[in-house]
Ligand binder design. Structure first.
Ligand code: PMP
Length: 362
């Protein structure tokens, strides 16, 4: 046996690392980033702020000021606090570790965000995927049956869902919250909330098992890695025990505090992207080559129509034209012949559309 076979868990030996393609030189529409930077004057001011940061010191792990601004600016109800993460990816890991009793399970609709399953498996939890309906709505009967059968410790509902872009029915989500009751938490993952403008955050006081998770990534700050979640104080106390003490670094902390002073700019960018999303959807529909699914996020899921070019060939043709989108067809049978494209600037969207139309003729 080799060294790795001697020491690494067999399930990890069998995994592949999360793959992030190198997008240098590409129009990058694969990762749901906000295409806009902050205005130049604010970036200069931010630079001055960051120059003052004591990088020789560890962060103060209570993060009081940053949390205060998050709660105030990002809609956390009065009396509720947050736990911070190095991106919501880390928060998902914290939840998995906290709930990893022997035999515990994580349940989520599929297709969904891949990290729910990955993180569950890494922490030694079982994962149960419940297929969505063909129109990507929640299959409530199947969800309730799986919840009764599996008694999951964690249920994830991404609101809106990635990669299908839709908001699930609110009444169905409430039925799931009630059915799970005291036997588990229901994590409503609102990574795309700025583009959906719908939220379970105000309903936190109603459900003791509700956890609402957000990130600043899609808001325009993917590079600084900051996520946060809110839930009842009893739950937060336990999650805090798992959070690494200095997980949000001093530069991220200072940058986030600064940007939250100017959150109106992020709101305006999100509004612009919502408008751009409608224009892009209309233009793609007008090509006649793709079905565009309704989106409450900053990306569109499209299915190539049969008889035209398939998603794999279209993806390759776009790559040749230096446009990177996400080929999601292999993720799940419900996504057959589908691509996911992030809404970019008007210029990026035009380049993508031109490349899309050119690919149809190839
Ligand atoms: N949740 C969902 C539904 C996502 O799609 C993503 C990013 N793709 C994340 C969470 C991760 O966000 P972060 O950048 O905060 O780790």
């Amino acid at each position: 046996m080799s060294l790795t076979q001697n020491i690494i868990r067999p399930d990890i030996l069998a995994l592949s690392a999360y793959h992030v393609p190198d997008a240098s030189g590409f129009v990058k529409l694969d990762a749901m980033e906000n295409p806009y930077q902050l205005p130049a004057d604010l970036r200069a001011e931010l630079g001055r702020r960051l120059a003052e940061v004591a990088m020789n010191r560890y962060p103060i792990p209570s993060y009081t000021e940053l949390k205060r601004r998050i709660c105030e600016r990002l809609g956390v109800p009065a009396g509720f606090d947050v736990v911070l993460g190095n991106g919501s990816d880390e928060l998902i890991t914290i939840l998995s570790v906290a709930c990893a009793k022997p035999g515990a399970k994580v349940l989520a609709p599929v297709p969904g965000f891949v990290m729910y399953e990955m993180s569950a498996k890494l922490a030694g939890l079982g994962f149960v995927g419940v297929p969505l309906k063909p129109d990507f709505a929640l299959d409530l009967d199947a969800m309730l049956a799986a919840i009764a059968r599996e008694k999951p410790a964690i249920v994830y509902l991404a609101y809106p869902n990635n990669p299908t872009a839709n908001l699930f029915d609110e009444a169905a989500m409430v039925a799931i919250l009630r059915a799970v009751g005291d036997s588990g938490i229901v994590v409503v993952d609102e990574a795309y909330q700025p583009f959906a403008q719908a939220s379970f955050m105000p309903r936190l006081p109603e459900f003791s098992n509700l956890v609402v998770m957000r990130t600043v990534s899609k808001l325009g700050l993917a590079g600084i890695r900051l996520g946060y979640l809110s839930a009842s104080p009893e739950l937060l106390v336990e999650f805090e025990k798992v959070r690494p003490p200095y997980n949000v670094n001093v530069l991220t902390q200072a940058a986030a505090e600064f940007v939250l002073e100017h959150s109106d700019i992020l709101d305006a960018q999100a509004a612009q992207l919502r408008e751009e999303r409608s224009r892009l959807a209309q233009a793609l529909t007008a090509t006649g080559a793709a079905e565009v699914f309704p989106s409450a996020a900053n990306f569109l899921l499209i299915r190539l129509k049969t008889g035209k070019i398939g998603a794999n060939d279209l993806f390759s043709a776009l790559l040749k034209q230096k446009v990177l989108v996400k080929n999601v067809g292999k993720m799940h049978p419900l996504l057959e012949n589908c691509l996911r494209v992030t809404v970019g600037t008007p210029e990026e969207n035009r380049i993508f559309l031109d490349a899309f139309v050119a690919s149809l003729a190839m």
